[in-house]
Design a protein around this ligand. Structure first.
Ligand SMILES: Cc1cc2nc3c(=O)[nH]c(=O)nc-3n(C[C@H](O)[C@H](O)[C@H](O)COP(=O)(O)OP(=O)(O)OC[C@H]3O[C@@H](n4cnc5c(N)ncnc54)[C@H](O)[C@@H]3O)c2cc1C
Length: 580
């Protein structure tokens, strides 16, 4: 067992590293540790392409960024959180510049911005189309300045130690050796990212398995708005690799199998007399993904071995612009689709991309468990409501990573009690459980089979369109899968790099999270943003202008309630796009 850590951060992505720097800066005397199941630079943040939104230019205002975010989220965002986010985002991006992030520039030297879906003003900063790489690299380098930050690279956290409503540390496995350790801590920040891997077709890295959501949920912290799963309209078929929205921001078109820009046939808000990029290709992601389903029903998508597709057409942009502004798109198309967007159409289809929901927190990342914080994609503050706008997530992980870091540091300074006996006893129980899982040789089936069944159940029930009867069936299937997964077979009995055991623990987390997604979707009998019910097609503000809050009942099943949305200045209205 180690000495007590003041702030232990689970996650070495953008949210986790930003939190680590915030703690180190706020009080150098505090002991900070970052635990990550992959080397920090391999976190999913590294793959973000398009950019990060923050008001910068003349002619834009904080209120407009707030309004776009709130209306884009179909009025389910907490407006106090959005106001704090929008106000602090510019400072965070400038701070990143000072730490060395190479933002792309205009010819006159100003930071360049590009348009993005659902944003009515140009406010998306970018570093070509490798924004996440540069952002994470900058943060990682900055953490290296603070020699005292302890790193547990390639350690997998299996459990939070919670006693009497207060967190006291974590239990983690060193993947290289299989050593299980209890790490006592005064505060824990979960920065574990999303859970796209619970679905079969996703842009998410294979590490995005909802671990942090499950860790918090099991210890009594509720999850919020789990039914809101974002489909991005343009993933490469088969691999699910993302073709960034920046490709459409730079002027790309979406066309169907007849070469027709089909989005002009869909009501993405209030169309202008002349269809424009902003009223079509740069509409919000939920509506674009829904339009794809309708095109498919009309027989206007093309069939491929990997499902129906439409096409992203960049040919009219020309080689120079593609090379200069979106070189990574070209690189991905060449490597993974064997085509060149300068001369060829890119086949695309909607793909699971982002979780709007997550661990319920306040504006400083505090959960309902004392000393436990959450930030980044694993948290739901909430600024994304029913549909996140592209390029709001990168500034979100910075703003709320920093806030959580400062709040946790303050908590750690003011709570210096001795460690309770529960730390040791829970650690020993967890070690026994993990040994049993590794050596048990259960008979509940193979991990890969169970995972696949879960993924297809979720896609069938909680995809772009949902209905009550399918969701009800899915809830039963998932409950059965969870029981079977408890007994899943682990063939690898070794301790070194036992990735099979890690896969099992990830499956347990995803199943837990999948159950909450289905339960929340079932409970919300309306259509809003990314949650579209074919049996309740209208938005119903009287009943559901509220967050879903899901607790784990003592028997392990999800129990869903509602929590009012915070409205400050923007009364609920229609979502209107198309105005320039
Ligand atoms: C392909 C792609 C492109 C994107 N492009 C953009 C964009 O252009 N603009 C934008 O705003 N957003 C974009 N997003 C969304 C955005 O990148 C993510 O939401 C954000 O980076 C998440 O950051 P995070 O720090 O919360 O989590 P992550 O970066 O996912 O990091 C999670 C960390 O948690 C650790 N972890 C998880 N579980 C455990 C465990 N059990 N034990 C130990 N460690 C654990 C992992 O090792 C990792 O270090 C994109 C997302 C994808 C997938």
């Amino acid at each position: 067992m180690r000495d007590m850590i003041d702030v232990l951060i689970v996650g070495g992505g953008g949210a986790g590293l930003r939190a680590a720097v915030a703690v180190a800066e706020s009080d150098p005397a505090l002991q900070v540790a970052v635990v990550s199941k992959v080397y920090p630079m391999r976190s999913h943040t590294v793959s973000a392409e398009g950019g990060a939104a923050a008001v910068i230019g003349i002619g834009d205002t904080l209120d407009e960024h707030c309004y776009d975010t709130i209306s884009g989220g179909d009025w389910l965002c907490d407006q106090d959180a959005v106001e704090a986010f929008v106000a602090e985002a510019p400072r965070e991006l400038i701070q990143l510049e000072h730490w060395g992030c190479p933002w792309s520039r205009e010819r006159d030297g100003r930071v360049a911005v590009r348009p993005f879906g659902g944003m009515k003003k140009m406010r998306t900063w970018y570093a070509a189309d490798k924004t996440g790489f540069h952002l994470l690299h900058t943060l990682f380098q900055t953490t290296l300045k603070y020699q005292d930050i302890i790193r547990y690279d390639e350690w997998y956290v299996t459990k939070l130690v919670v006693d009497d409503g207060r967190v006291h540390g974590v239990v983690a496995v060193e993947i290289r050796t299989g050593r299980v350790e209890t790490i006592p801590a005064r505060t824990v920040i979960l920065a574990t990212g999303g859970c796209g891997r619970a679905f079969p077709f996703t842009t998410n890295a294979s590490i995005k398995t909802g671990d942090g959501m499950a860790l918090a949920y099991r210890e009594g912290a509720p999850l919020k708005d789990m039914e809101f799963v974002q489909y991005h309209p343009t993933g490469l078929p088969f691999t699910g690799i993302l073709i960034t929205e920046a490709a459409r921001a730079e002027g790309g078109w979406l066309i169907n199998k007849d070469g027709y820009r089909y989005l002009q046939d869909y009501d993405l808000g209030a169309p202008t007399p002349e269809p424009t990029l902003r009223s079509m290709e740069l509409g919000p992601r939920d509506r674009l993904s829904q339009a794809f389903v309708h095109e498919q029903r009309r027989g206007r998508t093309a069939d491929t071995p990997y499902g129906p597709v439409v096409y992203l057409d960049l040919r009219h942009l020309g080689e120079e612009k593609i090379e200069h502004r979106i070189p990574f798109v070209r690189e991905l198309c060449r490597s993974y689709q064997n085509l060149d967007p300068v001369t060829d159409l890119i086949p695309v289809r909607p793909v699971v991309h982002y979780m709007m929901g997550g661990v319920h927190t306040d504006l400083d990342g505090a959960t309902t468990v004392a000393g436990l914080y959450a930030a980044g994609e694993t948290a739901c503050v909430s600024i994304n409501g029913a549909n996140r706008l592209g390029s709001n997530s990168l500034p979100e992980i910075l703003v709320f990573g920093r806030r959580a870091g400062i709040a946790a540091a303050e908590f750690a300074r003011s709570h210096r009690e001795a460690e309770p006996a529960a730390v040791r006893s829970q650690g020993e129980d967890e070690r026994r459980r993990l040994t049993r899982a590794r050596e048990g040789g259960g008979n509940g089936g193979r991990i890969a089979d169970l995972r696949e069944e879960m993924q297809h159940t979720l896609e069938g029930a909680a995809g772009i369109y949902r209905s009550g009867d399918v969701l009800t069936k899915a809830a039963d299937t998932l409950a059965g899968l969870r029981e079977r997964a408890e007994e899943a077979r682990v063939d690898d009995g070794s301790t070194a790099f036992n990735t099979e055991l890690i896969n099992l623990l990830e499956l347990h987390a995803m199943l837990e999270v999948a159950q909450t997604i289905v339960a929340c979707a079932l409970n919300r009998r309306e259509s809003r943003g990314a949650h579209q019910r074919t049996d309740h097609t209208a938005r119903d503000d009287d009943a559901y202008l509220a967050h879903s809050l899901v607790h784990r009942a003592p028997d392990g099943t999800p129990s869903v309630g509602l929590l009012p949305v915070t409205i400050t200045r923007w009364a609920p209205g229609e979502r209107v796009y198309g105005r320039d």
